[in-house]
Design a protein. Structure first.
Length: 425
């Protein structure tokens, strides 16, 4: 499954191909939700049950979360109306799956995406003040996400709340039991763990000593929640890493996540804000973050929708970083660039008259008359345009443009001075 990341990084060569891949993933997710809707209609229970179509409820919740993130963040050139439709379909899939891990991950990622939607610090705003403002937005988004999660669980799966009388029969209580089993396994093998894929072995998770500890700590009327009755995994990727790889393997995994996160952050910052590549990079970044949060409530398996999505997302980010600057969004697309502003360059004639010609912004201005060796001047080559003198309005526009360029230079110098001062402090 991890080889899909290499495949995506090797095959994707243009932003157009990356846009096509994102569209294909979105259509696949919509199809999965459609199959789940058909399953619900055939069962006759409708929205009161949990449905997953061909993926299973938890994986369908993750796919639905991807669609919601796509609708909120946007990617490529998706229209607002299409994004709204994709978001509505994602919400429907999330409701049908009733996946708590997907609900928590989607709420947190969407809140973080909205909180970080603002740009960088502007002139006159110190870097410290800007970071404090962004931190306040993130904390507010986390609080709102918590309210959304609690409300959603209350509506969809009220038995999962600790205040419910059926809490000891809920899947959350089951996850607490098997998660504690994983931590017990880790405490017995703290450095290197019990070995990869061995935490769900009957000789490990269903041992008599571990079962006795779990029964003393947890009481539930559902006997199948105990791993010695029904052998299962620890159902949490990060606890699974601790139990199977110990501190050494988990530290290496964390170091890898940190290194990838730094590269992804640098990639997003290097792309022009608002460009197509910038929007694609943000969507892929938040999609990877959603998968990492979702894995906190699910085990790690290869060949499953969650690992396939994560591998494709990481490979796509690598491909985006390898694109040439023009393809990666360093310059907006031709249809997205605003029309070049035209102004007139004034060139003095030896006779004292002046001519005007349109100059596209960014073109070097004509130096005017060229001085000859005898002290005279050679008139510039005649321009095919009309040689009527410029109006006062055109002269004023030219002077305003020059003043604006001077002002921009002063502002840039002031910003550099502010950054140097902050760095010294």
């Amino acid at each position: 499954t991890a080889s899909l990341a290499w495949l995506a990084a090797s095959v994707i060569r243009t932003v157009r191909e990356l846009r096509f891949l994102v569209t294909a993933l979105a259509l696949a997710g919509i199809t999965s939700i459609g199959l789940a809707v058909g399953e619900a209609m055939l069962s006759g229970v409708h929205l009161s049950g949990r449905y997953g179509g061909l993926l299973g409820p938890d994986a369908l919740g993750l796919v639905s979360g991807f669609l919601i993130v796509l609708a909120v963040v946007g990617a490529g050139k998706i229209r607002v109306s299409h994004r709204a439709a994709v978001g509505a379909i994602g919400v429907l899939g999330l409701v049908m799956s009733k996946s708590q891990g997907a609900l928590v991950g989607t709420a947190l990622v969407v809140g973080l995406a909205l909180a970080t939607m603002g740009g960088s610090a502007t002139f006159g705003t110190s870097g410290v003040r800007f970071r404090v403002q962004r931190l306040n937005r993130v904390l507010l988004a986390a609080a709102c996400a918590s309210v959304v999660v609690v409300t959603g669980i209350q509506l969809l799966r009220p038995e999962s709340l600790p205040t419910s009388s059926d809490f000891r029969k809920s899947t959350v209580y089951n996850r607490m039991i098997v998660g504690t089993a994983g931590l017990e396994i880790f405490s017995q093998h703290p450095f290197f763990g019990v070995g990869w894929r061995r935490s769900d072995s009957p000789t490990i998770i269903a041992s008599s000593n571990l079962a006795a500890k779990l029964r003393r700590r947890f009481s539930t009327p559902t006997e199948s929640f105990y791993p010695d009755v029904q052998v299962t995994s620890v159902h949490n990727t990060y606890i699974q890493l601790l139990a199977e790889l110990g501190l050494v393997g988990t530290a290496l995994f964390g170091l890898g996540v940190w290194a990838v996160g730094r590269r992804v952050r640098a990639l997003v910052r290097s792309l022009p804000k608002g460009s197509e590549s910038w929007r694609l990079a943000r969507f892929l970044t938040f999609g990877a973050l959603l998968s990492l949060i979702w894995l906190n409530d699910n085990p790690l398996y290869g060949g499953q929708p969650e690992t396939v999505l994560l591998a494709i997302v990481l490979g796509s980010l690598v491909a985006l970083a390898r694109l040439r600057p023009a393809e990666a969004g360093e310059l907006p697309a031709a249809e997205e660039r605003p029309p070049a502003r035209r102004r007139h360059a004034l060139t003095l004639r030896p006779s004292g008259q002046s001519t005007k010609r349109p100059v596209v912004e960014g073109e070097a201005l004509s130096p005017g008359p060229i001085m000859a060796a005898d002290g005279g001047s050679q008139p510039p080559r005649p321009h095919p345009k009309s040689e009527e003198p410029p109006s006062r309005l055109e002269i004023a526009e030219l002077e305003a443009d020059r003043a604006l360029e001077t002002l921009r230079g002063l502002v840039s110098e002031a910003q550099r001075e502010v950054r140097r001062t902050e760095r010294d402090n």
